[in-house]
Every structure is written in C-alpha cells, then in structure tokens.
Design a protein around this ligand. Structure first.
Ligand code: UDX
Length: 457
C-alpha cells in the first residue's frame, strides 16, 4: 500500500521503518530540518535498538520530505504520528494533530478515497474533531472529498519498539466505517498473519501467537490507550507502595512481587519496585487522563494516587541518602544512570533529573554516568534550570566512585548488573550503595564492603 506517515519521532519512525520492511511503499513527512537531513542520509535521529540496521535495509525505499503536498495526494493511507505535548494543566495539546489533518485535507484529490489514521496519543473525542477539521477544509475547497478517519493507538515501548511493532499483543482500531477497518486490516496483514520473514536481529519469539485486530468505536480506541498506560503505571505504583511497607515491616518486595506475580490473574510483569516511572508516556498520559476526567466532571482518585506514589519515590530515595549521610551538603554522590529506563537515551521525566536537582539544592557534589544519555541530560539540566546545575558527567563508571560518599543507581542498564562491586567500593570515601532499582544482590554488595540500601528489601 502507498502510505504517508506524518511525524518521525519514536512512533512515526519505527512505524515507517517497519512498514517499509513489510514492503509497503512508505513516505514520511517531518518539518524538523535537522531530523530530516539525518534521515535523508540514512541515519536514525533516535537511539533505539535495531532501528539503525533496519533503516540501513529500507531507507532507500522511504521518501523523506518536509512537504505534505509532495506525497499525500498519491497515498492511500496517511498516518498522523506527531507529538501531543502537555499543556500547563496537563491536557494533551492536539494542535499538531489538527494541523496535520488540515494539511492533508488541503492537498488530497477529490476523486480518491483516503484513510486518515491517528496514531498519536490523543484525548477522547479527537477522532471526531479531526473528522470535523477535514470536513471544514473540504467545505472551504468546495469539494466532496472522501477521507475515512480511524484511530489506531500505538503501544510501543522505548528500547523494545521494534519487537512491539513486529510482534504486538494486539492491534486496536477505532472507526465508524468499514472502509477504514478494511484499509487497516490490509496494512497490518503481514503482522496479523505473521507472513513476513523475521529480521535477523529480531527472530519471531517461539511462543508468539497471532495478534488479534480489535475493532471498536473511535472514543473507545482513544480511551484504550490511556487506560492501558494508566493501568501499567498504577501497577508499578502499587508495588512501590508495597515496597515502602516492606521496608517498615521487614519483608522483601522482590519476593512479594514474585509471589503475587505467579498468580496468573496478576501476572509477573510490571511489578519491579524501584524509582518508578518516567519517560514520555506515563507521566504525561496519566495527567492528560485526569484532565479528561476533570472536563467530564469525574474524579479518578486511583490515578491521582498512582502519580503521588510515583513522584514520592524520588524524594524517598534522597531521604534515604540524607538519613545515612546525615547531611548532603558537601558530599559527593555518584549517579549510575540518567535515562528514564535502559536501552534509550531518552531523559524525558527521568527520575535522575529530579534527584539531581534535589541533591544540588542541598549542596551535594554530583557525578553522573550513563552509557548514552549524557548529552541529552546535559541539555535538559541546563535548559530547565536558569541556575546551572553543576554535574560532573563521567564516561568511565569506575571514576564515579573515586572518593565518593555514596553511589546511587537510578537506571538499571545491563552493564551495571556486571559491575565489579569490590573494585567500586575500594576507592570510595564511605561505602554506601543506594540501589534504586534493586539490581544488586544485597549479599554480594555487603560482601564487597558496601552499606547497601535497596527499595523495599
Ligand atoms: C510505555 C508503555 O509500555 C507503552 O505501551 C506505551 O506505548 C508508551 O509508554 P515506555 O514509556 O517506553 O512505554 O516504557 P515502559 O517499559 O512501559 O516503562 C516505563 C517506566 O516504568 C520506566 O521508567 C521503567 O523504569 C518503569 N518501570 C517499568 C518500573 O519502574 N517497574 C516496572 O516493573 C516496569
């Protein structure tokens, strides 16, 4: 199928590359000239495992352009995957989605049928709003255009985006007409039937079952995205709340998570206690859902509590440091990990940034290491705070501990699991290890000479 994707962020680029791999004829539009020139040279502007090698395979077949008019008229299906940043009150701003829909309606041909797919995460009712925008443009152009609007929320996880795209649990489509369902069924056929040759670096998981395509109305499709993210966010907040109580009563939350996760009604995923969730989705989507609720005159105390518990985790960990070091003023703290989770350089809403701000405010010297997110973190810390926060960014993890008063693990990168704790402990001033993600075995950390503090154990 001839497809145009508008927006080449995590969702748009992953989708473009995967659909091109599945032999669709893909074009991608982005107004960001820096991003575009990288893509035109075949370079991925995002760090995502596997994306560069897949892009190497397919980039010659994808047309990257800044102009909707270059590619939309000939397309059969157009996907909007632009950002919906939060407004001051948390509401998701759909301005870019509506702009994209307007541009599409302005250039599409009157005698052709198009399917316009909303992939961006949008408040409930946006599908209807987009259909209105399209109808208004057709009225201005005085044409009888033919566009079916569908909602197709995206569930990809950063760091695992390609797995999620090739081997999804489900595909959700919301629309009011069968043409849109048919178009999306044709688009996703290779995935629904798993008829494609799996990329070498992404073999089909042996236990993988064919995914269902769930069809529903647009409002429900939009709600499914928010409900899924909020449920996962509150699952994590729940285990973090239990972790706090485990600390007070002498239980180990990793054992508790194992024990409850074995109940198939609960499931073992997303029960890792630690510093809680960050990233571009859960903080933003839970806030946006609360705005949707407020506008509908409805209260959502569970969602509110999940947010409170989540953001308190960042303060609790600093409190642990304060308690063990007596004061943070003048102390040297080494931070292991800046990205909001491993395998990404994304630092949006990353716990590390909040923790660094708190430590800085209390006069600590901060050193920080991350395998790939240092330059993003540097930028974020200087952008957000007019008063520059002085962080020593360290490339070699072993330099982090030299004469340090404490180490604080924030992101569970694989390479940290393999750290030689004895070597780290050796050159520290005081051997304190705060493990914000329960990565290390307490026994091994203690044997290496550390005063070890985890989360909920
Ligand atoms: C999430 C959803 O998983 C995805 O379906 C949606 O499309 C976008 O939002 P993402 O934000 O990339 O994806 O990351 P995810 O793997 O879900 O993790 C989010 C955060 O939760 C991370 O900060 C992670 O460290 C944290 N987390 C996750 C935990 O603290 N404990 C867990 O058990 C799992």
């Amino acid at each position: 199928m001839k497809i145009t994707i508008i927006g080449t962020g995590y969702v748009g680029l992953t989708t473009a590359v995967v659909l091109a791999y599945l032999n669709h004829n893909v074009s991608a539009v982005d107004k960001d000239s820096n991003k575009l020139s990288l893509l035109q040279e075949g370079k991925s502007p995002i760090h995502e495992p596997g994306i560069q090698s897949l892009l190497d395979e397919v980039c010659r077949t994808i047309r990257f352009t800044p102009t909707v008019a270059d590619v939309v008229p000939e397309a059969e299906l157009i996907m909007i995957a632009v950002g919906t940043p939060p407004k001051m009150d948390g509401e998701a701003d759909t301005r870019h989605v509506e702009e994209a829909a307007r541009e599409v309606a302005q250039v599409c041909l009157p005698n052709r049928h198009y399917t316009l797919v909303i992939k961006s995460t949008v408040p409930i009712g946006t599908n209807r709003r987009v259909a209105e925008v399209v109808a208004d443009v057709f009225a201005e152009r005085n044409i009888q255009g033919n566009i079916s609007v569908a909602s197709n929320p995206e569930f990809l996880q950063e760091g695992l985006a390609l797995q999620g795209a090739f081997y999804p649990d489900r595909i959700v489509v919301g629309a009011n007409n069968n043409e849109a369902f048919d178009a999306l069924r044709r688009l996703y056929q290779p995935i629904l039937e798993q008829t494609f040759d799996a990329p070498t670096m992404l073999p089909r998981p042996p236990s993988y079952h064919l995914p269902p395509m769930m069809t529903t109305d647009p409002n429900s499709a939009e709600m499914i995205k928010y409900a899924a993210n909020t449920f996962l966010a509150l699952k994590i907040s729940f285990i973090n709340e239990i972790a706090g109580l485990c600390e007070n009563v002498g239980a180990d939350v990793t054992e508790v998570a194992r024990g409850i996760g074995l109940d198939s009604r609960i499931g073992k995923k997303f029960l890792r206690a630690g510093l809680g969730w960050g990233g571009s989705c859960y903080p933003k989507d839970t806030a946006a859902l609360l705005r949707v609720a407020a506008q509908a005159d409805y209260s959502m105390p569970i969602t509110e509590a999940a947010r409170t518990v989540n953001f308190e985790q960042r303060q609790r960990i600093v409190q642990k440091l304060r308690t063990v070091l007596k004061t943070l003023n003048g102390k040297t703290i080494g931070i292991l990990g800046l990205a909001f989770k491993p395998n990404t350089d994304d630092i949006r809403e990353a716990p590390a940034l909040d923790i660094i701000r708190q430590l800085d405010a209390e006069g600590a010297y901060i050193r920080a290491h991350d395998p790939i997110a240092i330059s993003n973190a540097q930028q974020a810390l200087s952008d957000i705070n007019a008063a520059y926060i002085n962080v020593d960014f360290i490339e070699d993890v072993h330099q982090l501990s030299h004469n340090a008063d404490a180490l604080l693990l924030v992101t569970e990168w694989d390479q940290y699991h393999r750290l030689d704790l004895r070597k780290l402990a050796k050159n520290m001033k005081t051997r304190i290890l705060i493990d914000g993600r329960n990565v290390f075995s307490p026994k091994e950390a203690i044997a290496a000479g550390f005063h070890y503090i985890g989360v909920g154990r």
